[in-house]
Design a protein around this ligand. Structure first.
Ligand SMILES: [Zn+2]
Ligand SMILES: [Zn+2]
Length: 315
């Protein structure tokens, strides 16, 4: 793992899509954003993109403007196959330029290989241009290890509690670490880990407790945690088993894992800016009540955050 050095340039993340499920552009979502999941991360000479929701389209436009004639070399890490995490890729302009190199990495899904997850949505009749017709040098890599590196950046992966196969990633840079769990439901409420197995409630509880402890360990001490908090606590009561978290479950996981900054993420398409404001406010109250130094913020499209020498600062 790279050692933290005060002289390293800061790690920079920029949020290009913060919405869950489906894009909801409009006046009511202007501040938190309407695009689905996509985050750009730059650290230690690497350009890493987290998920390819509709937010990857404006990212592609920005990259083309920045790089002009220079080649773009990037890694795209995919958490899972749900539409809101892959639907933007066919509209990612850098994929249509032969000077660019794009590595796409992720795990096999439930009933589909990782290659199928990326290529099938671009087949006729769903899309007019096939994956192999993209002119950038594109490499699809199925992940098989839970620890790997992208240049000087180390990445740890963990499977999380979400229908099908869904990964979370923790990215270790020379200035700190960012954990990315856009879709995750708390283990303690939804015993997903025990699904389909003939277990007693006690056995299921034990599995859930162990899985939760494993996840806390995975996240422990992250500078930034980007976490699914799709529902208000009240809404969650009628959405148990849907694969998403709530405000209080997100805060309690962040507190338990002693992260520095929690980003409430994967906003519900039915939540306008005012509702998200209220959720952020109640998350902050819970953090304050705990007496611990957790910072909470609502993920806003277009916002940038820096991690400098293990400290999160606004860009
Ligand atoms: Zn999602
Ligand atoms: Zn999902």
């Amino acid at each position: 793992m790279p050692s933290v050095s005060a002289s390293s340039p800061p790690t920079r993340i920029k949020l290009w899509g913060t919405r869950g499920s489906i894009a909801v552009p409009g006046r009511e979502t202007l501040r938190y954003g309407g695009n689905t999941t996509c985050i750009e991360l730059r650290a230690d000479g690497e350009l890493i993109v987290l998920d390819a929701g509709s937010g990857i389209r404006p990212l592609g436009v920005a990259l083309n403007q920045e790089f002009q004639e220079r080649p773009i070399n990037l890694s795209l890490l995919i958490t899972h196959a749900h539409w809101d995490h892959i639907q933007g890729f066919p509209f990612f302009k850098p994929a249509y330029d032969p000077k660019n190199e794009i590595r796409i990495l992720g795990f096999d899904g439930a009933g589909a290989t990782f290659r199928e997850i990326i290529t099938e949505p671009m087949r006729s009749p769903f899309f007019p241009i096939r994956m192999r017709e993209l002119s950038a040098e594109t490499e699809i890599t199925k992940l098989t290890e839970m620890k790997f590196s992208l240049g000087k950046v180390n990445v740890h992966a963990a499977f999380v509690n979400h229908p099908g196969v869904c990964a979370g990633y923790r990215i270790f840079t020379s200035t700190g670490s960012i954990a990315f769990l856009p879709d995750h439901e708390p283990y303690e409420f939804f015993l997903h880990a025990a699904r389909g197995q003939p277990l007693t409630p006690e056995q299921a509880k034990e599995i859930a407790t162990n899985e939760h402890a494993r996840l806390v360990q995975f996240l422990r001490g992250s500078e930034i945690l980007v976490l699914d908090s799709q529902y208000t606590d009240k809404e969650y009561q009628t959405h148990i088993g849907w694969g998403h978290g709530s405000v209080s479950s997100a805060v309690s996981l962040a507190l338990e894992a002693e992260v520095q900054t929690l980003l409430l993420f994967h906003h519900d398409p039915s939540h306008d800016d005012k509702v998200v404001d209220t959720m952020v406010e109640s998350a902050r109250e819970l953090a304050t009540k705990s007496g611990r130094p957790l910072q909470v913020t609502g993920a806003q499209e277009g916002r940038e955050l820096l991690v400098e020498a293990k400290t999160v600062v606004a860009a």
